[in-house]
Structure formats: C-alpha cells, structure tokens
Design a protein around this ligand. Structure first.
Ligand code: CS2
Ligand code: MN
Length: 358
C-alpha cells in the first residue's frame, strides 16, 4: 500500500507540498492540471513541470485525479472520437512522466453532489452533508450558484465553471441517454483507450458515482457490486479497473465495502483506494465524519484489513475530511483532518501487519 494525498496544485490549493511531505508515511500526491479544459490534450511540458515541482518536494506523482471525460463521450455524440483521441494523447504524455494510475469518473453532468458544503457537527467541525429532500426541492442551476458562493473561491473538483455554463443544454441532451446507453458509451470509450493504456502501462481507475444513485433524473451506473462487475467486464483487461471510494459506495448500506475490496481486489481490478467514513442518518440522508470507525457507519478497520489481506500494492488516499481547527480550505480538502485520517489509516495498517506476523 502506498499512502498518497490529493493536492490541487500551487495555484489552486491552500496546502503546500512541504506540509504534505511532513505527514508521516506520505509517499506522494495525487494531482491534476486543473486548468486544462475538459477534452483537451494535457501538454507534456506542463505535466513534466508539475512532476518536477512534486519531486523536488520529495514526493511522487504516480496518480492523477482526474482526467475528466468530455460530456460528448458520455453522451455518445459524434464529436466523441476527437475527444477520445485527445484522451489517448493525454494518457501517453502522462505515461512519459511516470504516471501509473488515472482516476476518472463517468457521471453525467455532475460529479459528486451534496446539499450542504459546511454542515456543523456537534464538535463544531464542518462537513459535507447530503439530504435527498433538499436536493429534490432545488434545481440544478440554483444548486450550482450556491456551490459557487459556498466554495470559498476555490474551484470545486468536478464543478468547473466551463462545464457548468452549458448546464441546461446538456441536461436536455441526457433525455435520450438511459443507463443502458451510458454503459454502451462507457464501453466504446474503454475499447478505444484501454489498448493505449496497455501499451503505455497506465491503469484506468473509475471512481464510483457519488452518491451512488440517480439525481435530477440523470442515469448513474457505477453504483453497486453488480454494476462494478459489469463495468470491469466491459473490457476484460487489468488496465480497466476501479477507484474504490468507500464514502461514495458506502452511503448505500447494501454495498458491503470490505467484501467489494476483497472481491475486486483479488481480481486485480482495484488500483486506487479512497478511504473516508460517512454517517448514514436514514436512506438518502447522510453526512461525512472523521475517518474513525466509531464516528460513522463504516468499519474502517475491516476496510484496511481487507486491503491487507489481498496484499494490496496500489495507492490509498484519505478522502474528504472535516474542516477543523479554524482551517480555511476547499470543502472536504483541508490539511488537518485528512492528515489525521492518513495517520489513522497507517496506524491500522501497522497494527494489522504486526498482529498478522505473530
Ligand atoms: C472526489 C471526486 O472529491 C471527491 O469526491 O472523490 O471528485 C473524484 O475526484 C472524481 O469523481 C474522480 O473523477
Ligand atoms: Mn472519492
């Protein structure tokens, strides 16, 4: 297991590489060229400059999150072939910089979705919160406006302004795309890019839908075991794998996370683990919490044990944390609680390792 930390780059993160370097056991960052418009090729010189900056700070850059997929690919529009060609070029360039894993998602229009970006817990910390009722009572356009005013000036991952400017038009186009069609479009995308991944030794790791159910009537497919199985079989190659995000899949109590890690991990299809805890209040109603098992609905010990037992050699990062100690940062992505999370995960790993050796 290699512990890594998400970093949005020196122009778009409140946290420095020097701070990340001081978190015990941190081997690298997970980053991206946030400013390249979705669908365009990531230039090799820009990737190399990012790599150099990260390496100089004593960290690795082996995981990218995300190379976002253009909406035309998800919709299966004729222009998709051009964007797929660009995606292949980006894969090749990332490979030249030593990148091993690309995390991406296939969620129509919206990436992750919440109804409140700063819900206050009893201890005074703030977390991301989701209430299906609140989502039903709003419309996508007002939600986007709320997000932009609540994001403290940081760009939110997956909510880039250019993607959202055309919101209404894109929502219309999805009227013709159901889950079957979305699976077909994902298959077409993968059939085209996976041979390049195999040649360049870069693994694709799809991120589950967050939350793992349909929102605003849009189709969502990366949601449960059955669909994950279908996903990995669309193209039967080890390069077609998963980012197993415990918090995204875990808000549906039917998803048994340790079992999913064991099942897909043994198949060699888990390349990247996102670990965070969530508290389910009732169906369709949850909020995020610290990483500690006793704070939430997920058993993080069992999650680490599953990774340990399958001999996981991929990357793990603490996912969203709470906002604590007065920190001002992008919602979910402060330094302090994610550093605590990483330390807790490393502690569990050490304990499991030593006890297993006895
Ligand atoms: C992330 C996602 O912050 C988050 O919830 O896990 O935004 C993730 O980066 C994307 O879905 C991956 O494409
Ligand atoms: Mn995640």
């Amino acid at each position: 297991m290699k512990m890594v930390f998400r970093w949005f780059g020196s122009n778009d993160d409140s946290i420095t590489l020097e701070q990340i370097r001081q978190i015990p056991g941190m081997t690298g960052v997970v980053s991206a060229l946030q400013d390249i418009p979705v669908g365009e090729v990531w230039p090799l010189d820009r990737i190399m400059a990012l790599k150099k900056e990260v390496n100089v700070a004593g960290l690795e850059l082996e995981v990218i999150e995300s190379v976002n997929v253009h909406e035309d690919i998800k919709l299966g529009l004729p222009e998709r072939d051009r964007y797929i060609e660009n995606y292949k070029e980006t894969i090749k360039n990332l490979s030249k910089a030593g990148v091993k894993v690309i995390c991406y998602n296939f969620m129509p229009v919206f990436d992750w979705l919440r109804s409140d970006l700063a819900y206050e817990l009893e201890d005074g910390s703030n977390v991301l919160y989701y209430n299906e009722e609140a989502i039903k009572g709003t419309d996508p356009v007002s939600l986007v406006e709320e997000y932009q005013s609540g994001s403290k000036g940081f760009s939110l991952p997956g909510w880039e302004p250019e993607r959202l400017a055309e919101l209404k038009r894109i929502m219309e186009l999805y009227k013709d795309v159901d889950e079957e069609k979305l699976f077909e479009n994902l298959k077409y995308f993968l059939e085209n890019i996976i041979p390049v991944c195999e040649e360049y030794d870069v693994k694709m790791a799809i991120h589950p839908d967050d939350p793992p159910w349909s929102i605003f009537g849009l189709p969502r497919i990366i949601t449960n075991k059955e669909n994950l199985e279908r996903m990995v079989k669309l193209v039967d190659s080890p390069y077609n794998g998963l980012t197993l995000c415990t918090g995204s899949l875990g808000v549906n109590p039917d998803n048994d996370i340790p079992e999913l890690i064991r099942y897909f991990g043994k198949m060699g299809r888990v390349h990247f683990g996102h670990i965070r805890n969530i508290k389910i209040i009732s169906p369709g109603h949850f909020h995020e919490v610290s990483h500690l098992s006793s704070d939430g609905s997920l058993d993080v010990f069992e999650i680490m044990k599953a990774y340990y037992d399958i001999g996981f050699e991929g990357y793990i990062r603490p996912d969203h944390g709470r906002m604590i100690w007065g920190e001002e940062a992008r919602p979910g992505y402060g330094l302090y609680d994610r550093a605590l999370g990483a330390t807790y995960l490393n502690g569990l790993w050490e304990a499991i390792n030593k006890i297993s050796a006895k």
